[in-house]
Design a protein around this ligand. Sequence first.
Ligand code: C2E
Ligand code: MG
Ligand code: MG
Ligand code: MG
Length: 278
Amino acid sequence: YAAKSSRSGIEIYRPEMSERLLRRAQLASRLQHALDEGALELYYQPQVTVADGTLVGAEALLRWHDPVLGQVSPDEFIPLAEHRGLIGAVGQWVAAQACRQLHHWESAGRALPGQLAINISPRQLDDPQFAEQLLELVRQAGVLPGKIDLELTESGIMIDPESSLSILQKLKDAGFSLSLDDFGMGYSSLAHLRGFPLDKIKLDRSFVLGMLEQPHDYAIVVATIAMAQSLGLRMVAEGVESALQVDALKRLGCSHAQGYFYGVPLPAEQFAEQWLNT
Ligand code: C2E
Ligand code: MG
Ligand code: MG
Ligand code: MG
């Protein structure tokens, strides 16, 4: 990866470029090991009612601790997994682990109230077997599809809206619930949204972050709450970090929330300690 110094001076050495390439190559080769060696872990973040902070479910968030590279953020390795064709295997692991955990909590007398949400990458929908495989996996784990909420992004389902619709309808019919993640950040039109069998909208945290300072962010929060209500969808405000935001969301009639104010993502054991009754 050493830079070639050219006599003509045309090739310009840019250390940040080769560092990035080196990092990507390392990550890609380590990710396969991570899958094989059990270096992946799910953390759990509570979802609550805005009215009184009652637990209504959790979101499973993937963590990767590599012995060599250290902690790697999903914002970095999920796109890489998608690019390298590993997202199918990663997604299967996440779904299986989520089911094992639900089952474990249940048999320990600490059942999770509501649903466990898992994130689905748009690339997983490319696999024609995706819906069947997920259903089979959940069935074999002895978990009811109704306990699982599938989070998809707007941009994700809009890559191929027709094919997404048929897959999502199949999953919906099987009993899964469907959430639109990071709402407001994608490029979907409301006409498209109308056609999808959704249960929840998760308003992207950037709007919640700015809602008390930026009139436009506030307006979008207000409008999204109203839209969710009139479409009969549950609305989850993401990234809630302060009591002032909670007050405002309560006043505006937002039903559900998730964010550091209520709880950070935790390993299964600690999540149960803090949130699940014995
Ligand atoms: P996401 O699905 O929108 O998840 C929410 C992200 O916001 C999480 O970041 C969470 O830790 C963070 N968050 C929650 N509350 C707050 C808050 O109050 N303030 C701030 N600043 N952040 C908050 P995380 O865990 O780093 O995940 C990042 C993204 O990686 C996720 O965004 C999701 O798109 C993706 N991801 C995570 N796990 C999986 C997975 O199992 N499969 C797939 N396909 N993607 C995943
Ligand atoms: Mg999510
Ligand atoms: Mg989100
Ligand atoms: Mg996100």
